[in-house]
Design a protein around this ligand. Structure first.
Ligand SMILES: CC(C)(COP(=O)(O)OP(=O)(O)OC[C@H]1O[C@@H](n2cnc3c(N)ncnc32)[C@H](O)[C@@H]1OP(=O)(O)O)[C@@H](O)C(=O)NCCC(=O)NCCS
Length: 227
């Protein structure tokens, strides 16, 4: 949601009197209003509740990546490689996502156009290797990654997970930097939404070169949304 403080009243009025939001459909499916600035939270909550949608509020930090502040050479340890996700990787990403609800076919198509990447085990890799975000190989269609993330609908770094058995080895940092550099090359502004109570993710981004908190905002989510 992008709205100046002085325009909140106009926005709420417009949403109340226009069909921009299909309230009937929203009551049956899901509603997420993301990145709501603090000054717009109360009027927006009132609006959706008046339309019969029960919501809860989630505080999020937006971390934004500045490639100029990160000149590291990215490296992956021996025994692993970084690839674009193949079909099994995309399916695995979606099946494990906290916020799903996106058709798999659409995810397959998205993965062809924007970065969807993962760290894979690779017994043929005998030494540490350089990762070039511009020339990532594509994983086999049956391969499952040990860590993965994708570009979300708003261009955010989304659905990041490292398999529990492979945590704290630097894969989260490596993937977010690789994805962010590829997104920068494509003209996006790389950013990631971190829930305020997700301390592991917050620490990871705080300790990652190039990333810093640029916004703190609220997400308004309907009570039926799967979490
Ligand atoms: C957040 C997550 C992706 C981190 O993955 P990871 O591969 O373990 O991350 P890294 O190994 O690159 O760790 C990066 C930094 O975060 C720190 N960190 C990782 N997990 C941590 C934890 N549980 N508590 C505190 N710090 C943690 C590491 O110490 C490391 O810091 P350092 O490099 O200064 O030592 C992983 O914990 C995870 O999958 N969590 C569940 C899903 C999730 O929350 N995703 C993020 C949504 S925004």
């Amino acid at each position: 949601m992008f709205c100046l403080k002085e325009e909140v009243g106009t926005l709420v009025e417009a949403l109340s009197s226009s069909p921009v939001i299909d309230w009937e459909n929203t009551r049956r499916t899901h509603l997420v209003i993301s990145d709501v600035p603090h000054y717009a939270v109360e009027p927006m909550v009132r609006l959706v509740q008046e339309r019969g949608v029960k919501v809860w509020l989630l505080t999020c930090f937006t971390f934004t990546y500045d490639a100029h502040l990160d000149h590291r050479t990215l490296r992956v340890p021996a025994g692993f490689r970084v690839c674009r996700l193949g079909r099994a990787g995309v399916r695995h990403l979606l099946e494990n996502a906290k916020y799903g609800g996106i058709p798999l076919d659409l995810m397959y198509r998205m993965a062809e156009g924007v970065p969807y990447i993962g760290v894979y085990q690779d017994p043929t890799s005998t030494q540490e290797a350089r990762v070039d975000p511009e020339n990532l190989p594509v994983a086999g269609n049956e391969e499952i990654p040990v860590a993965w993330c994708c570009s979300g609908p708003s261009g955010d770094v989304a659905k990041l997970i490292t398999d529990e058995r492979f945590r704290k080895r630097g894969f989260g940092k490596l993937l977010t930097a690789t994805l962010a550099r590829r997104q920068t090359a494509l003209g996006f502004i790389p950013h990631a939404f971190v829930e305020a109570n997700n301390s592991a993710s917050k620490v990871m981004f705080e300790n990652s070169l190039g990333w810093s908190v640029t916004h703190e905002n609220i997400w308004i989510i309907d009570c039926q949304a799967p979490i």
